[in-house]
Design a binder for this molecule. Structure first.
Ligand code: KIV
Ligand code: ZN
Length: 520
């Protein structure tokens, strides 16, 4: 009989640790709703002790999807972190606490500077404390793949005896290779079954050697019942295991693995694209399952074979991953139904009828002005609409007008901004037009930010430009990103920068209104 593999999506926790991938609360909720449609079993919603904003975002995710999807969040093995997780997830239907503590010599010696016994005791105490709050507790033996096996096992045995119900074995630094990692999981699984057959064995891999999917599949083959993955493989450094790759690997090769998942695979592309839109981080074109070319056949021999029978060169169909819905070009005559379909296809929630009517009005205005409306227009329309409330509340910047003069002596920018009823204007010179523009914007908003990255790209049909920036807030060291689209490249650049600044303000206001227990 097939085994069902439990899928935990950690895009909103491990994925969000990527510089520039920070989402605001509204975006996290949008993405969590899509994860619900994808039918993941568990969402790891964040690391609530890290900031009041993260704490609040986890609470909001619980409120929005916690009735249907199991929710967890990360804690280090300290009381404050565990309290923050409990307080943020306790209203979910199936909440559990996730504790992480290292087991490798390098973690024990260098990170904690304590004896192995003392570190293990910290883990046991943390589990015992978490069990006083919730019945389900997951324990992650960080850097497990570089740990001394007997110490790793002693830790697992001790935390299971203390009450841990899920043991998660991470390849934290992407060091493992498939045969070795599979063997590690086989050994742990064998002992765990003898110790307590009810405990779930889970794995969490990183992709530093490009082996995260292979390692995860090898672990499943050797007994792991739960996997931790992210959409598009987003995550620290080279990323985490990609959800879509493992899920489709299990589906296409069910004859080999004998495993299934609850994932609604027809939602995969939509979820991937939503994440790309929200984070601005593109997927490589040849990425398995979700890359633009994943189902494109260009050679004559392949095209000929496909026309005879798709199975000649296709092991899965684009339809299985939701690829049948080609982009439709909308016009003012497309009507409500077609527009709603386009918005839903991007992964946005349109269940609020009143809100949808307002959005539809904006679409008609855009369609009148542009004549043809593409997917990227729809995306910017929806995201701008969803942040409108914030600008209306008067604490975000809006671009009122600008003028940029470029020459080889003094490129100059003059900008007028609005925030609530306040108006700000000034001019600056720079090394070039964009430098002048960003200098004046920086001085107008009065934030000590550093431009880390700036890109301007034309969209496929060439009329619009998308500006993207990453800015670092100096006193926090945090990176925020902003994007914007316009037919004028200077305006797209200005709006992208301003959206980055607004992301800083949104984060600060979330932190100010949240109430997480302080992190240690
Ligand atoms: O990579 C890692 O070890 C982690 C743990 C918190 C599971 O992300
Ligand atoms: Zn990780």
């Amino acid at each position: 009989m097939n085994r069902n593999i439990i899928v935990l999506d950690t895009t909103l926790r491990d994925g969000e640790q990527v510089p520039g991938a920070k989402l605001n609360v509204q975006q996290k909720i949008e993405f969590a709703q899509q994860l619900k449609r994808l039918n993941v079993d568990i969402i790891e919603a964040g690391f609530p002790a890290s900031s009041a904003g993260d704490f609040q975002a986890v609470q909001e995710i619980v409120r929005t999807v916690g009735d249907k999807v199991s929710i967890t969040a990360l804690a280090r093995a300290v009381k404050n972190d565990i309290d923050a997780v409990y307080e943020s997830i306790k209203l979910a239907q199936h909440p559990f606490i996730h504790i992480v503590l290292g087991t490798s010599n390098i973690h024990v010696d260098k990170k904690f500077n304590r004896s192995k016994e003392a570190v293990m005791q910290m883990g046991v105490d943390a589990v015992k404390y978490a069990k006083t709050l919730l019945p389900e507790v997951q324990y992650s033996t960080e850097d497990a793949s570089r740990s001394d096996f007997e110490y790793l096992w002693q830790t697992i045995e001790a935390v299971v005896k203390a009450g841990a119900t899920i043991i998660n074995v991470p390849d934290t630094v992407g060091y493992a290779v498939p045969e070795e990692f599979g063997e590690l999981i086989r050994k742990i699984n064998e002992r765990l079954k003898n110790l307590n057959g009810k405990v779930i064995l889970s794995v969490h891999c990183h992709n530093d050697l490009g082996l995260a999917t292979a390692n995860t599949l090898s672990a499943i083959h050797n007994g792991a019942d739960k996997i931790e993955v992210t959409i598009n493989g987003l995550g620290e450094r080279a990323g985490n295991t990609s959800l879509e790759e493992v899920v489709m690997g299990l589906k296409v090769r069910e004859n080999y693995y004998g495993c299934t998942t609850n994932i609604q695979t027809t939602e995969l592309l939509k979820t991937s694209r939503l994440l790309t839109h929200l984070t601005g981080l593109d997927v490589q074109v040849n990425k398995a399952i979700t890359g633009e070319n994943a189902f494109a056949h260009s050679s004559g021999i392949h095209q000929d074979g496909l026309l005879k029978d798709r199975q000649v060169y296709e092991i899965m169909t684009p339809e299985e991953v939701g690829g049948e819905s080609m982009e439709l070009i909308l016009t003012a005559r497309s009507g409500r139904h077609a527009f709603k379909n386009a918005v839903e296809k991007m992964g946005f929630d349109v269940s609020n009828a009143e809100d949808f009517e307002v959005l539809f009005g904006k679409f008609l205005a855009l369609a009148d002005a542009k004549k043809e409306v593409y997917d990227h227009d729809v995306f910017y329309l929806v995201t701008n609409h969803r942040t409108m409330d914030e600008s209306a509340s008067g604490h975000l910047y809006e671009l009122e007008s600008f003028q940029v003069v470029t020459n080889d002596l003094y490129p100059t920018a003059t900008v007028k901004l609005k925030k609530g009823s306040e108006v700000y204007k000034d001019s600056a010179v720079g090394d070039g037009p964009v430098d002048a523009l960003y200098s004046v914007l920086k001085s107008l908003v009065g934030l000590d930010v550093q431009l880390k990255d700036y890109k301007i790209n034309s969209l496929s049909r060439g009329k619009e430009a998308v500006g993207r920036v990453n800015i670092r807030v100096e006193h926090q060291g945090k990176i925020y990103s902003g994007r914007a689209m316009d037919t004028d490249i200077i305006k797209a650049s200005a709006l992208a920068f301003l959206n980055g600044i607004n992301a800083v303000l949104l984060d600060a206001s979330a932190d100010a209104s949240g109430s997480a227990p302080a992190a240690k």
